[in-house]
Ligand binder design. Structure first.
Ligand SMILES: *Cc1c(COP(=O)(O)O)cnc(C)c1O
Length: 345
């Protein structure tokens, strides 16, 4: 049986060709270390260009470190972070934000479609008892969300306003920020600093690098001594150029956006085919590169037996199919074909 990892996650794909070539380029000759190299400078400049603003940019190895260190930078140990109950920082980072901040508590909030909403945030904040509960300090959103939806600009604006009114910082886990931009078709500044976002963790791994996520501070003073924080956490790459060069290649000519568009289109195609051929409806709106389906356990078992790897995301029966920039139409067709064949048995 062939193992098929294409729909398990967007990090099962390889590196985008531009990123791979850039690695080879960066490997020619000798360069300055610890982020003093020209590739790292180039990434910082390209990010400032992309966001059309002056900002501080750091490269760390992965998204867990980016989120944890960014939140630690905004919090003291007695602070807390409002986030969605299904957020990566709450569910998938092994307490990284709490650990790296020295104890800042996450306050998970429920909300339809993986999104924070005002009523539920308000209810959570009301439960915090002054002095006795950790002091709310940050609102963290994920864009696109863990459930494959995308906050609109207006929705983010409302959250930003809520944060501003309460003197809370605003953080965005953008592991799939590119997919959100591809989905919304807006300029990156429109859903970040223009709304008052303080820090963005901008993901590259799922977009075509082999690793390396950016921490972007839109208020430069918030970045003070972040370099020390990252170094202490083991997140300062000595050969930083190998994280930076692929990023520069993705940013240089828009490959980051094309990759995300490609991934989103693949998910749209897969959802349409599953709807048409197998009567599936999405459990949440398909707005980025993931689809979520309620699937009978027997079908899932049989698909697994045919080699398809994918994960149950929510109990009891909601499964995630994730499309990367690299997934082929033929793969999507093969998956739909298997679903159809198994349904007919
Ligand atoms: C993939 C992902 C991350 C980063 O995870 P790492 O494995 O630490 O790189 C962060 N947030 C979300 C929502 C993700 O999907």
């Amino acid at each position: 049986m062939a193992h098929r990892f294409e729909l398990a996650s967007d990090n099962t794909a390889g590196m985008a060709p531009e990123a791979w070539r850039a690695l080879e380029e960066a490997n020619a000759g000798v360069e300055a270390s610890y982020g003093e190299d020209k590739w790292t400078r180039r990434v910082c400049d390209l990010v400032r260009e992309l966001f059309e603003t002056d900002c501080e940019v750091f490269i760390v190895f992965n998204g867990t470190a980016a989120n944890g260190l960014a939140l630690a930078q905004l919090c003291r140990p007695f602070h807390s972070v409002v986030c969605h109950e299904h957020s990566h920082i709450e569910m998938d980072e092994c307490g990284g934000p709490e650990f790296l901040s020295g104890g800042s508590k996450l306050l998970p909030v429920p909300g339809a479609n993986g999104k924070l909403n005002l009523d539920n945030m308000e209810a959570t904040l009301l439960k915090q008892r002054e002095l006795h509960s950790p002091k709310p300090r940050v609102i963290s959103v994920t864009q696109s969300t863990e459930l494959g939806t995308v906050y609109t600009r207006d929705e983010l604006g409302v959250l930003a306003e809520f944060a501003r009114a309460r003197s809370l910082f605003f953080h965005m886990d953008g592991a799939r920020f590119a997919n959100a931009i591809a989905s919304l078709g807006c300029a990156p500044k429109e859903i970040t600093w223009q709304l008052g976002l303080d820090v963005l963790c901008f993901g590259g791994t799922k977009n075509g690098t082999s690793g390396g996520e950016l921490v972007v501070f839109f208020q430069k003073e918030l970045a003070q001594e972040f370099d020390y924080r990252a170094k202490q956490a083991g997140q300062l790459a000595s050969k930083m150029r190998f994280l930076a060069a692929p990023w520069a290649a993705l940013l240089r000519d828009g490959a980051w956006l094309r990759n995300a568009q490609q991934a989103n289109e693949s998910a749209a195609y897969l959802m349409a085919k599953l709807r048409e051929n197998a009567n599936f409806e999405p459990a949440f709106a398909r707005e980025a590169n993931a689809i979520f389906l309620r699937m009978p356990e027997q079908l899932v078992r049989q698909l697994h037996a045919r080699g398809w790897h994918f994960y149950k995301f929510l109990e009891p029966d909601i499964y995630r199919l994730m499309c990367s920039w690299a997934v082929q139409r033929s793969t999507l067709d093969a998956f739909v074909g298997d679903v159809k064949a198994l349904q007919e048995v």
